[in-house]
Design a protein. Structure first.
Length: 118
């Protein structure tokens, strides 16, 4: 199982995934605008991400570098969801998604392609 990120930590990671390597100050400025966090809140969350091995702190200027990709986190959290809610059955998750949401023909074709290539 990969790194488990909380919602607040995913917000910090999302900035890094979108912006690339960024200073803690830059991340703080973006999150202040997006969600109203003050600088201390952002720095605290960044430190938690560093502690989990999701971010590497580089000098100068407290430059933050993402050590995990969005795709790695999505895969890890999807595996956790499948294990926790669907007893490890990916096909049950897939069936649940298909019955709960109306999909466009483009989305259906994309899913068919994924299944065929899988």
């Amino acid at each position: 199982m990969g790194i488990k990120l909380y919602d607040s930590e995913r917000k910090v990671m999302a900035v890094l995934w979108e912006e690339g390597d960024s200073t803690a100050k830059h991340i703080s400025d973006i999150l202040k605008e997006q969600v109203g966090w003050n600088i201390n809140t952002t720095y605290t969350v960044i430190k938690k991400c560093i502690g989990k091995g999701a971010i590497e702190r580089l000098e100068p200027n407290f430059l933050c570098h993402a050590l995990v990709s969005r795709e790695e986190i999505q895969a890890s959290e999807t595996d956790e969801l499948i294990d926790k809610i669907y007893d490890g059955s990916a096909d049950m998750l897939f069936a649940s998604l298909l019955t709960r949401k109306t999909l466009s023909s483009e989305q259906i074709n994309r899913l068919k392609k994924i299944v065929e290539e899988g």
